[in-house]
Every structure is written in structure tokens, then in C-alpha cells.
Design a protein. Structure first.
Ligand code: TYD
Ligand code: MG
Length: 452
């Protein structure tokens, strides 16, 4: 707001007023006040009031309809999640916990882009060029041609990016970047917002794509103001279980592609390698003949992915039984337990219940309900579910089983991986060669089938 020598001037009547009230005190017009610097030049306030510049308005029909050019990194899963590559002039925010592999991912992208003839600049405020070099030496891809810069001052970053003619600038990270325009420390909410805003303007004005790393908070969202996600064109999250080598890349917002696409990588000794066939990887560790395991097919964006749900119901040692859910919403688990109890006469009342999804995948759609219920029932009766079965369907509060969407695609993926039977809603009878449907209407039927 007004700092030192600024006033607010009405663009309608020209009257000055000391404070911004949304409405001009002189003529009463709404939203006409513009901050105006008094006796000061070169500050932000001046710029705000500058004569409008840039291109004039054009009719939509006159706008080139050629679609977007995209720069492919050749890192298949990364391009896939972005919707086909990096769009010029876009801002991509990549969030993830420390150590998950964000810097590695982006350095690999930069290396690939350089090889494809797209000039890049990799700016790090977290590591020195020496440290970046050490990381680069581990990678299979040669990052030698990438320009690196150890810098945290935003004005210097945009200056060097412009001088170098970089088409893609990687900024690692937004929390270590600061602008001269604010006095607060890097990482401060104002700094993060202002730097992101300036990077956005830089991207739009120069056509340079900017890929920004954002750290995440304990809650798992990108640290900083919520506006950070609004400013970016695309928001990606890079996640995974620390102990496992798999890393999942997911778009939660994408102005140039679909959201919820899932890209899977594995972290190797020599950097990240795209996993072209996630389903087989997620099921690789599955052991046959163990109770409490059920496979389902999730739709991750446009791609079906098979995952294993595991449940363990064990006699509770003390007081209130525990419910521990990993990869599934605990509230959803509570609903499913209640439905099984009331509608199928099973009881988990004095049992501890643990449910997890393999490889750090999260079940975010109700289509996985049936698999969770099957894993629970299988563990309760200590009867392994048949190894060639996948479970597809949503469970209602009445215990009824409802069809999940995109059934054909899910079943086709299951068939590809050798599954021969589908336990699913009787209302989604899909015929696919080599796969038979076992129609279920109610959880009671599921319990009877599995407990038999
Ligand atoms: P990094 O990219 O530094 O993570 P972030 O930027 O998200 O904090 O990745 C760090 C981890 O990845 C570190 O534990 C080492 C591991 N790593 C490998 O396993 N193989 C590799 O080739 C590289 C470069 C890193
Ligand atoms: Mg890093």
C-alpha cells in the first residue's frame, strides 16, 4: 500500500486521496483509484501508472490458431505429465519434499533440452555450480552444455537469462530467491509472491519458459502464499516414499494439458529413469497366496494403473483398536469398515486395522472401494483373494456395489498384465476377450465369495 510519498488518484475525476478505500472520496466512483508516487521516480508506484503499453486488443479470430509449440525434454514421463512438453512463455512450478529429486529431475531436463538445441539456464540458490557439477557427473545424460548460475537475486537471474538468450530457465528454488524491491528476507511470503509474479511477467514478455522449484510444507502443499499456485500455469508435484526408489510426478494444475496425469520414475545411481510400465512395477513385489491383498485399476488421468491394496486386521492389544491408513483417506476407510460391519455382518470392532497402497500411490477415487473391502475381508477371514482377479467398483452406504468409470480401459490394462477375472458391479458388464466378469451387487456377495 501507500509507502512514504504515494497518494491514490482517481482515474475518473483526478482527485488525490491519502488512502485506498475502493471508492473515490471526491466523485464516488468505484475501483478507479491508482497508486501514484509523489516526488519519487523509478519506484513501482511510477510503473503502475505508466501509459499502457504492449499490444492493443485483438479479436480472437485474428489470434494465430496454430496451437502451442512445445519443447520436448525427451524425458518421456516428464513431457507426458506436462501434456507434451514445455510450452514457451509458461511458468511451471515443481513442488516436492527435500531430497525427493527435484534438482536432479530439472538438471536432467536442462541437459536433454540443450541436446535438443534449446538453450537453457539452470539457476540455483541452494547449491553452488561445483555442487551442481558433482550431481551432473552422476547422471547418464551429459549436462556439460547447460549454463549454470549460483544466484538468488531475481533481477540478476532475469538479466542473465535475457543476456544468454535462454529459452528455458530453471529456478531452484523460489524460496531462496529475493527481489530488490522488497526488504524482507528470501522465503518470506511477500518475497515468494513478488518473485513469482516477476518471473511470470518475465516469462510472458520474453517467451522464455520458467520452471520453478517450490518446497513443500509438512502438510504437503507448496510453501508460500496460495497465490503461487494461481500464478503458475502448471503445478507439478514430485513425490514418493523416501525409502522406495519410485518417484511419482503428478500435475495438479495444467493450463496446457490435463491434470492428474501420473508420471513414474525410478531413482537410480545415475539419476532418474522413466518407468514406461508403472502397473507391472507396482505389482512386482506382490506375493501370491497371502491374505489381505487385492489389486485394482486406478485411472491416473488418462492412464489406467494397477496397484495393490494391502490390509491387515489383527487382534487389538489395548483399549481402542487402531485404524492406520496409508495411501487412503482414513475417513473413507472408516466408511468402508462401517458398511462391512452393518451390511455384511463382518466385525472389525476389536481388531486393529492397517491398510496401505503399494509404491506410495494414493487412492483418491471411490472406484477403489471394492479392492479395499476385498483386502479387508480377505485379511479378516485369512483367505487369500484369487491371484488372477482385479476388483473394480464403488461401494455405497447400503452396501451396494456401483460401477466405476472407464471400465474398459481399466480392464484392458489388467488383461495386459495377465489378470483373467474382474470382480465388479453387475451393472458394468463389459466383454473383453480373455477376461471374465464376476458380477457383484452387494458387499455381502463379496464377503461370501471371498470367505468361502
Ligand atoms: P535432489 O535432486 O537433490 O532432491 P531435491 O532437489 O528434491 O532436494 O535429490 C537428492 C537425492 O537423490 C539424494 O538423496 C541422492 C539421490 N540421487 C540418486 O540416488 N541418484 C542420483 O543419480 C542423484 C543425482 C541423486
Ligand atoms: Mg534441490
Amino acid at each position: 500500500m501507500a509507502k512514504g510519498g504515494s497518494v491514490f488518484r482517481c482515474t475518473d475525476c483526478g482527485a488525490d486521496q491519502p488512502k485506498w478505500g475502493g471508492r473515490c472520496e471526491a466523485c464516488g466512483a468505484w475501483n478507479t483509484l491508482v497508486e501514484e508516487a509523489v516526488g519519487r521516480t523509478g519506484g513501482r508506484a511510477d510503473r503502475k501508472h505508466a501509459v499502457p503499453s504492449g499490444s492493443p486488443p485483438v479479436r480472437l479470430s485474428a489470434v494465430g490458431a496454430t496451437g502451442f509449440e512445445r519443447w520436448q525434454t525427451g524425458l518421456r514421463e516428464f513431457d507426458f505429465v506436462l501434456g507434451g512438453g514445455i510450452v514457451p512463455g509458461s511458468v511451471v512450478l515443481v513442488g516436492g519434499e527435500p531430497g525427493i529429486g527435484k534438482s536432479t529431475l530439472l538438471l536432467q531436463c536442462a541437459a536433454r533440452l540443450e541436446q535438443a538445441g534449446v538453450p537453457t539456464l539452470y539457476v540455483s540458490g541452494e547449491e553452488s555450480p561445483d555442487q551442481i557439477r558433482l550431481r551432473a557427473d552422476r547422471l547418464t545424460v551429459d549436462a556439460g552444455a547447460v549454463h549454470v548460475l549460483g544466484e538468488t537475486r531475481l533481477e540478476a537471474i532475469t538479466h542473465h537469462a535475457g543476456a544468454l538468450g535462454a529459452r528455458v530457465v530453471f529456478v531452484d528454488s523460489i524460496q531462496t530467491t529475493y527481489t530488490d524491491e522488497l526488504e524482507s528476507a528470501p522465503g518470506n511470503v511477500g518475497q515468494v509472491r513478488e518473485c513469482a509474479g516477476q518471473l511470470m511477467r518475465f516469462a510472458k514478455e520474453s517467451g522464455t519458459a520458467v520452471v520453478v522449484v517450490g518446497h513443500v510444507t509438512k502438510g504437503g502443499t507448496i510453501a508460500g502464499p496460495k497465490t503461487l499456485e494461481h500464478i503458475a500455469d502448471t503445478v507439478l508435484y514430485f513425490e514418493g516414499e523416501g525409502s522406495l526408489d519410485y518417484r511419482l510426478l503428478r500435475a495438479t494444475k495444467n493450463r496446457f494439458g490435463s491434470v492428474d496425469e501420473l508420471g513414474v520414475f525410478s531413482m537410480t545411481e545415475h539419476g532418474l529413469v522413466a518407468v514406461p510400465n508403472p502397473s507391472s512395477v507396482f505389482l512386482a513385489a506382490r506375493a501370491d497366496g497371502i491374505s489381505g491383498s487385492a489389486v485394482t485399476a486406478l485411472m491416473e488421468g488418462t492412464r489406467p494403473v494397477l496397484v495393490e491394496v494391502q490390509a491387515l486386521a489383527a487382534k487389538s492389544g489395548y483399549g481402542t483398536p487402531q485404524r492406520v491408513a496409508t495411501g487412503i483417506d482414513p475417513k473413507r476407510l472408516a466408511v468402508l469398515l462401517a458398511v462391512l460391519e452393518r451390511r455384511a455382518e463382518t466385525s472389525f470392532a476389536d481388531l486393529d486395522v492397517f491398510v496401505q497402497v503399494t509404491a506410495g500411490v494414493r487412492l483418491s477415487e471411490p472406484g477403489a472401494d471394492l479392492a479395499v473391502a476385498a483386502a479387508l475381508v480377505s485379511s479378516l477371514y485369512n483367505r487369500p483373494a484369487p491371484a488372477d482377479v482385479i476388483f473394480l467398483g464403488e461401494i455405497g452406504l447400503g452396501g451396494e456395489i456401483r460401477p466405476s468409470g472407464a471400465v474398459e480401459r481399466r480392464i484392458a490394462e489388467a488383461a495386459r498384465l495377465g489378470f483373467r477375472r474382474v470382480f465388479g458391479s453387475s451393472r458394468s458388464l463389459v466383454q473383453l476377450p480373455g477376461v471374465s466378469m464376476v458380477a457383484l451387487d452387494h458387499v455381502e456377495q463379496l464377503v461370501r465369495t471371498l470367505a468361502a
